[in-house]
Design a protein around this ligand. Structure first.
Ligand code: AMP
Length: 216
């Protein structure tokens, strides 16, 4: 399965992508994660991207298209993949087509905007390995400590309220048009985010037409 997940920042794309990735045994590719890793490692790509990401702006198309091109050529993508956070603009979507990649479905994960702000304020990420948490919905076992590596949990810089406003504006202006883009190609399905992760998963699987899943 080759799947794209669209949705505003904080809609829960990453969480659902992780669940789908386990179910279908295919990798999740998050351009945001790849960029944040590059920033943590201080690479040239990371240094270039930081000035955009910290302001809630999109990294230039050419940069992310190169990232995706390399990543999709890796062996683990042979049986499919889930794209979380790519494409985010029409030129990026066109670039996928030009790479000869046929997408099976595009899932739009929709959540009311007031919920988004509330959710983002509780998000935390490990400063060292990048594992993600939420103070209410997915708390770590020990406060502020990563379950995976023991690293410190911090709030993403671009999750600050002013930056989130920018990211939402950018989503509406540059990414939301992709819903029509994929609707016209008959690929779009919609799922509505719920209060509980497992209820959202039910909606996601229903939208994708998957029936045999144990939600517990
Ligand atoms: P995310 O983790 O998907 O919310 O992405 C965090 C940030 O990374 C975004 O606000 C952008 O600055 C950058 N980014 C991630 N994916 C893309 C993309 N496909 N195109 C441009 N910028 C991106």
């Amino acid at each position: 399965m080759k799947l794209i997940i669209l949705g505003e920042p904080g809609a829960g794309k990453g969480t659902q992508a992780e669940i789908l990735s386990q179910k279908f045994n295919i990798p999740t590719i998050s351009t945001g994660e790849i960029i944040r890793n590059a920033i943590r490692q201080g690479t040239a790509l990371g240094n270039e991207a930081k000035q955009y990401i910290d302001r809630g702006l999109l990294v230039p198309d050419s940069v992310v298209i190169d990232i995706i091109k390399d990543r999709l050529h890796e062996d683990d993508c042979k049986n499919g993949f889930i794209l979380d956070g790519f494409p985010r603009t029409v030129p990026q979507a066109d670039a996928l087509t030009k790479m000869g990649i046929t997408i099976d479905k595009v899932l739009s994960l929709e959540v009311p905007e007031e919920k988004i702000i509330q959710r983002i304020s509780g998000r935390r990420q490990c400063n060292e390995c990048g594992a993600t948490y939420h103070v209410i919905y997915k708390p770590p076992k020990q406060e502020n400590k990563c379950d995976v590596c023991g690293g410190e949990l911090i709030m993403r810089k671009d999750d600050a309220p002013e930056t989130v406003k920018n990211r939402l504006r950018v989503y509406h202006e540059q990414t939301e048009p992709l819903k029509d883009y994929y609707k016209n190609k008959d690929l779009l399905v919609v799922a509505y985010g719920q209060e509980e992760v497992k209820d959202t998963t039910k909606e996601v699987f229903k939208a994708l037409g998957v029936e045999d899943y144990d939600y517990n």
